[in-house]
Design a protein around this ligand. Structure first.
Ligand SMILES: NC(=O)c1ccc[n+]([C@@H]2O[C@H](COP(=O)([O-])OP(=O)(O)OC[C@H]3O[C@@H](n4cnc5c(N)ncnc54)[C@H](OP(=O)(O)O)[C@@H]3O)[C@@H](O)[C@H]2O)c1
Length: 197
């Protein structure tokens, strides 16, 4: 596959004040109870069909450790049988054959290993890895699911961005649960001028 056919997406759910987890890593606030009359419903069939379009997942080790804890508590494995690449310098346990532990140059890994093989590459957190992905100019789009809650403090969606990143709003969807899904395309990568309109 040509590199230009692949798409790198960063996706996370965040509080309205921009946090993906509490400072201690807890995500208990993801379960909200709002209701928005005019919103869309996310049916299990829709979610299943959407997840089918994702070819592989990339995540930081702390996100992976959270996923392992969820699984150990009986909440299941959210990534099905899709390949999951975990960025880490440590030797972490692997509970699925689909999980691969990776280290080294992230840009080289994405451009030379993932892009030629996978069409839809999803970075699913956390804040450190999302920040790194954007800083290196690797992301094509950012999907931000805003939940109807403020938590005041926590781990930010993007850790330590050292420059502005211009975006183009491509999609907005409001859901019955009070969640708003935003999809932004990243400008200024793959040779496009950063402030292009
Ligand atoms: N709300 C949501 O949708 C959502 C989504 C995802 C995660 N989360 C939450 O976010 C929290 C974790 O986020 P976080 O920002 O603290 O951590 P993170 O991004 O998940 O993981 C960061 C760790 O990954 C490893 N790493 C990062 N870049 C690397 C690279 N290029 N090469 C090798 N290793 C690399 C490093 O650890 P080592 O090398 O030491 O292993 C680093 O400390 C968890 O609480 C999780 O539940 C929430």
């Amino acid at each position: 596959m040509e590199n230009s056919q692949s798409r790198v997406t960063i996706h996370m759910a965040a509080s309205l004040d921009g946090f993906v987890a509490r400072k201690d890593g807890r995500v208990d606030w993801l379960e909200t109870t709002d209701s928005f009359e005019g919103g869309d419903t996310m049916t299990p069939e829709f979610v299943e069909a959407f997840l089918e379009t994702i070819d592989c997942y990339v995540m930081g080790s702390r996100t992976y450790e959270t996923a392992l804890r969820f699984e150990a508590k009986g909440s299941g494995w959210a990534y099905g049988d899709k390949p999951v690449f975990v960025l880490t310098s440590r030797k972490l346990p692997r509970t699925h054959d689909t999980v691969e532990l990776c280290s080294g140059d992230l840009a080289q890994f994405v451009n030379e290993r993932l892009r030629p093989t996978f069409r839809s590459i999803w970075f699913v957190g956390g804040g450190v890895v999302s920040g790194e992905c954007l800083r290196l100019g690797l992301a094509d789009e950012v999907r931000y699911s805003i939940l109807p809650i403020l938590i005041g403090d926590g781990i930010p969606f993007f850790e330590k961005l050292d420059r502005d990143v211009a975006l183009h709003l491509a999609e907005v969807k409001a859901y019955k649960s009070g969640m708003v899904g935003l999809c932004y395309e990243v400008r200024g990568h793959r040779g496009e001028p950063r402030n292009a309109t």
